[in-house]
Design a binder for this molecule. Structure first.
Ligand code: GDP
Ligand code: GDP
Length: 438
């Protein structure tokens, strides 16, 4: 099941970033070798009790832009309505209720999305509680008083948020159908690809479970198997500011990737792979999704016998953090190698859910350890006792050792390579958890 998406909406200076940082805190996943992705804090993974969700800061409004604040707020609220399962609307008790709050509240109410109304900067309950009641007038439910700065009221707020999460998606009849997100920069050919796959019988299933999503879902049949393609190119939003557009496209990509089993990252062969491609692919990597790199417009590339190797090498170089990613050279225009794309997607789905028996794993492990001695530090040598697979999507392994400090990143990488040599796992990242055992 995909994680719910929670979006924060509110005027400038009400404390959105402060709340975002308080919630993301230590829990923000830092993947050091993924370029760019985690540095801009547009989204974060948050866990409260036994529930996890993706938190999005729709932010990006310039506080000094005066009378255009309202139109920007509407834009922001629309992004939240389009992409989120729950919207957290933040107001500021010290500034009081203002007109634009009321207008945005109207918009949120009409969307029928679950909204949690939060009144921030209630640093002293005694002093401000009477003012909090005023926010009932927004007509979007009971205001929850918090102080993001003092971190009070946050638990109650999180309780209200998780209460609004949809029931387990098991009731969704499409749940067994693999979901494929098609992501990439503008103009790489995402829409062309989806349209080609759909051909004549385009079936739009965007209102699954009654939610409106900004990504358009389309069901595709291939050799008696069904797939749901999530098209992030579907709707284009006319934004004036470049940063705003970029933020919006990151949000769209993150929410589509979140719902997907496999992510097809489309890149433009005529342009070559870029840092922006690496950033987009990094979102899939970070979330442990299956990844296929579709090198599109292959028809338009002038080729000799070395062209494909040159492209492959360059892509491997720029996407060095995901050597496992599968590459397919396609043309959305001519349909070239689309069968290969489906075969690759199928293989990646299989690898994402592959389970290896503990006995077999430990044979690989003892062979690996015999071939290359584990590292030691100040006379103490790393001992690896045992390894077992504890999960899938992505395949997750626990390695039990005598001392975690001794388990270097490079040695984990070495074991990962041995596991890959034996079982492939093409197209999926692998997760290794190191545990100490006395
Ligand atoms: P954003 O523009 O909505 O992201 O707002 P920020 O998070 O940047 O906060 C705006 C200002 O409000 C900053 O000076 C924060 O320190 C302050 N602030 C945020 N939360 C609180 C709070 O709970 N109490 C008080 N008194 N100030 C806060
Ligand atoms: P999107 O923004 O990623 O959805 O990209 P589009 O699907 O709108 O395609 C952008 C441009 O690239 C359009 O002019 C397409 O006709 C062109 N295009 C897409 N796929 C191919 C392809 O496989 N070969 C060639 N030569 N052009 C393509």
């Amino acid at each position: 099941m995909s994680k719910p998406v929670v979006a924060i909406v509110g005027r400038p200076n009400v404390g959105k970033s402060t709340l975002f940082n308080a919630l993301a805190g230590e829990m923000i996943s830092i993947v050091k070798d993924t370029p760019g992705v985690t540095r801009d804090r547009i989204y974060a993974d948050v866990t409260w009790l036994d529930k996890s969700f993706t938190l999005i800061d729709t932010g990006g409004i310039e506080p000094d832009s005066g009378d255009i604040i309202l139109s920007q707020m509407r834009e922001q609220a629309q992004i939240a309505i389009d992409t989120a399962d729950v919207i957290v609307f933040i107001t500021d008790v010290q500034q009081g209720l203002v007109d634009s709050d009321a207008k945005v509240a109207d918009m949120l109410r009409r969307s029928q999305k679950p909204v949690v109304l939060v009144v921030n900067k209630v640093d002293s309950v005694q002093k401000y509680m009477m003012d909090v009641y005023e926010f009932y007038n927004l007509g979007i439910g009971e205001p929850i008083a918090i102080s993001a700065a003092n971190r009070t009221g946050i638990g109650d707020m999180l309780d209200e948020i998780v209460k609004e999460f949809p029931e387990d998606a098991d009731t969704d009849e499409d749940d067994d159908i693999p979901k494929i997100a098609v992501v990439g920069k503008p103009n790489v050919g995402k829409s062309s690809l989806i349209n080609k796959l759909l051909g004549e019988d385009r079936v739009i299933v965007s209102d699954i479970a009654g939610t409106t999503r900004d990504a358009v879902d389309a069901k595709v049949k291939w050799k008696d198997r069904e797939y749901i393609f999530i098209d992030t190119a579907g709707l284009r939003r006319k934004g004036k500011i470049k940063e705003e557009l970029e933020r919006y496209s990151v949000i769209r990509t993150v929410t589509a990737v979140e719902r997907a089993d496999v992510v097809v990252v489309v890149i433009d062969a005529t342009e070559g792979v870029t840092e922006q491609d690496a950033k987009i692919a990094g979102i899939a990597h970070e979330r442990g999704k299956g990844v296929v790199i579709a090198v599109n417009k292959w028809d338009a590339v002038e080729k000799d016998d070395k062209t494909i190797y040159k492209h492959t090498n360059r892509i491997r170089e720029v996407l060095a953090y995901m050597p496992y990613a599968e590459l397919v050279f396609i043309s959305a225009k001519s349909g070239q190698r689309l069968p290969r794309l489906f075969e690759t997607i199928d293989a990646v789905i299989e690898n994402q859910t592959l389970r290896i028996q503990t006995g077999v794993l430990n044979e690989i492990l003892s062979e690996a350890v015999a071939m290359q001695q584990p590292p030691s530090d100040r006379g103490k040598r790393l001992k690896i006792f045992y390894m077992t697979q504890v999960g899938v999507k992505p395949p997750t392994f626990v390695i039990f050792v005598n001392d975690k400090e001794l388990m270097h990143f490079s040695y984990t990488r070495y074991i990962e390579n041995k596991v890959r040599d034996a079982f492939g796992f093409r197209g999926t990242s692998l997760k290794f958890i190191i545990r100490e055992r006395g």
